[in-house]
Design a protein around this ligand. Structure first.
Ligand SMILES: NC(=O)c1ccc[n+]([C@@H]2O[C@H](COP(=O)([O-])OP(=O)(O)OC[C@H]3O[C@@H](n4cnc5c(N)ncnc54)[C@H](OP(=O)(O)O)[C@@H]3O)[C@@H](O)[C@H]2O)c1
Length: 254
């Protein structure tokens, strides 16, 4: 059994969806958790209450991870109030579903700041704590199939996820020898608030079992969180700079 007792985890964007599932999963395994949100205070508070009911400490911190100043404030909070950070799940993302040809520089900049640069800001701010973690510090970023496949209306996010995977590998090179692992979980389609907004979402959800090899079982946020838990634990110490796909095998065949 994975035991994260005594560890402190930060999950960016953990008020909803996959981030929420990761926060609960890490707490279930024993970690205290910093629940980060940007707009959904009530939802973040509910996640924190669930974590406290498990007997862990939860901290709710509002920070827009696309803003370096906000990330600095978040890290100041962690340093001053907790003094420890062992696990980071860089999950928060944005982008909007629109054609590339209808996207302007602001759309690109905001997507890249939230989905890619945030990982660098967070790791830079947290590094002194990650590298003094008892055991290895763990950083896990969440990517999607858009990083290597073309999906309608997904060019902005897909491009950012390709960049995210590359940046994660390069970050590994910079922090791996300093006691930190950086890995990526590439998730298949999970029904969340954001994917419900994809044009033709119902058709996409209905087709989820077509290519997966899991019978009628569909991918849930908790399935992604299970792999995040593995990457957050000492069981994955020798997994470095990897991208692990969690999609029931959907993307390995045509
Ligand atoms: N769902 C899928 O099918 C799928 C598949 C592959 C990968 N992913 C990836 O998984 C991650 C989570 O996706 P999801 O579907 O769970 O999304 P979601 O349900 O829309 O939740 C997004 C979360 O991110 C937070 N967030 C957004 N922008 C933020 C910012 N600038 N600063 C801090 N927090 C911010 C939101 O906070 P508020 O609630 O406060 O707004 C919310 O907690 C993303 O990286 C996404 O690309 C999702």
């Amino acid at each position: 059994m994975i035991d994260l007792t005594g560890k402190v985890a930060l999950v960016t964007g953990s008020s909803r969806g996959i981030g929420r599932a990761c926060a609960l999963k890490l707490a279930e395994a024993g970690a205290d958790v910093i629940v980060n949100y940007v707009t959904s205070k009530a939802a973040a508070t509910e996640v924190a209450e669930r974590i406290e009911q498990m007997g862990r400490i939860a901290y709710v911190v509002k920070a827009d991870v696309s803003e370096e100043d906000d990330v600095d404030c978040l890290m100041d909070f962690v340093r001053e109030n907790i003094g420890q950070l062992d696990i980071i799940v860089s999950n928060a993302a944005t982008g909007g579903f629109r054609p590339l040809l209808a996207s302007n520089a602001r759309h690109f900049q905001h997507t890249m700041s939230t989905n890619v640069l945030s990982l660098v800001h967070v790791v830079r701010g947290a590094l002194p704590m990650l590298e003094t973690s008892s055991g290895r510090g763990k950083v896990i970023a969440i990517s999607s199939h858009g990083s290597h496949m073309a999906l309608p209306m997904y060019g902005l996010i897909g491009g950012s996820k390709a960049a995210l995977e590359s940046v994660a590998r390069h970050l590994t090179l910079e922090v791996g020898d300093r006691g930190v692992n950086v890995n990526v979980v590439k998730a298949g389609l999970v029904e969340t608030d954001s994917t419900r907004k994809i044009p033709f979402a119902d058709r996409m959800f209905a087709g989820r079992t077509d290519k997966s090899m899991m019978g009628e079982r569909v991918l849930e946020a908790e399935d992604v969180a299970n792999t995040v838990l593995f990457l957050a634990s000492p069981m994955s110490d020798l997994v470095q700079g990897e991208t692990i796909t969690v999609d029931g095998g959907s993307a390995i065949h045509i």
